[in-house]
Design a protein around this ligand. Structure first.
Ligand SMILES: NC(=O)c1ccc[n+]([C@@H]2O[C@H](COP(=O)([O-])OP(=O)(O)OC[C@H]3O[C@@H](n4cnc5c(N)ncnc54)[C@H](O)[C@@H]3O)[C@@H](O)[C@H]2O)c1
Length: 287
């Protein structure tokens, strides 16, 4: 009799646990009412990500960017589209402002639910600066907000960190070696931090997006560094059908946010929906 009662209690406990964890997952993937921060959020892919999160009900999108004029303009555009104070621009150099501005943001907005590390440089001739912006800053901001979101922390409510790598992180070819190194670093870091083990322990989701060639200032700058013939050969090798729009990446970011488990990486290419990244690296043969 006692044994039977214990069995029933165990089943009820397991069912309640499943229900609660399902609810947690649902809550985590909801956009409505969430506070989103996007670095490099004033133009191109970062702007499109902020735009799509607002369009899907985010409470506010905080745009951190080094460019002041573009920042003011982006804030104005998004506020006229979604309503006053939906977008807030804060001037920021991601390589030096993480401590000061994370404290300011948390004081002002109380908490952050979604943090997107998007800012990047393609200045191959300034490798230290490039690695600081693309890799070191992404790691530092991720760690700061991971700590803020951790559910085992007093007041930690969970949350999602989205780091922007690139399809360049799956490939070896002769182009932009330092930029590629930074994107390999982000992919490895994000998949490790977001590993199921860490997710189960801390309740923070870490996702990676790998866009393919996208029509932005950055992509034109990087291709201008090399001979046209070489660029064309490399592009042809990868067989990308289009240079997609930033809008497609913004849309893809929302889709991944709503569906992905922690630790996963998603390619967004050719104006198509996201597909899970391959776990292999393609090495372009000699030519
Ligand atoms: N465009 C592509 O084809 C492509 C492909 C794959 C991945 N990506 C990645 O997508 C992300 C966005 O790229 P994009 O093409 O929109 O680039 P972009 O150059 O158009 O925008 C990058 C933004 O980052 C900001 N930024 C640069 N340095 C900063 C700093 N120190 N502090 C704060 N902000 C800074 C810039 O001002 C700019 O607004 C990057 O991580 C990039 O590596 C782009």
């Amino acid at each position: 009799m006692t044994f039977c009662l214990l069995q029933i209690l165990l089943v009820i406990y397991l069912l309640l646990n499943i229900t609660f964890s399902l609810k947690d997952t649902d809550k985590e993937r909801e956009i409505e009412g969430k506070v989103v921060v996007v670095t490099g959020g004033t133009c191109d892919i970062g702007y499109a990500i902020a735009d799509h999160f607002l369009n899907n009900g985010a409470k506010v999108a905080i745009l951190l960017d080094i460019k002041i004029e573009e920042g003011i303009q982006a804030e104005k555009e998004l506020n006229s589209k979604y309503g006053e104070n939906k977008a807030v621009f804060i001037q920021c150099d991601v390589t030096v402002d993480s401590k000061r501005l994370s404290e300011y943001i948390l004081r002002k907005f109380k908490h952050v639910d979604i943090f997107v590390n998007n800012a990047a440089s393609v200045e191959e001739n300034e490798p230290r600066k490039l690695m600081l912006i693309n890799a070191v800053a992404t790691i530092e901001w991720s760690i700061i907000f991971f700590k803020h979101m951790r559910k085992d922390n007093f007041r930690g409510e969970g949350g999602t960190i989205i780091n922007i790598s690139s399809t360049a992180a799956h490939n070896i070819d002769p182009l932009y070696a330092t930029y590629k190194a930074s994107k390999f670093a982000i992919l490895g870091f994000s998949q490790s931090l977001g590993h199921k083990y860490n997710y189960n322990k801390y309740g923070v989701r870490v996702l990676t997006l790998c866009p393919g060639p996208t029509n932005t200032t950055l992509v034109n700058n990087v291709y201008n560094l090399y001979e046209r013939k070489l660029v064309e050969k490399v592009i042809k090798y990868y067989n990308f059908a289009t240079i997609q729009s930033s809008d497609n990446v913004g849309r893809g970011a929302v889709e991944v946010f709503r569906s992905s488990e922690s630790g996963k990486s998603w390619d967004i290419v050719d104006e198509k929906p996201p597909v899970e990244s391959p776990n292999t690296i393609t090495v372009m043969p000699e030519f």
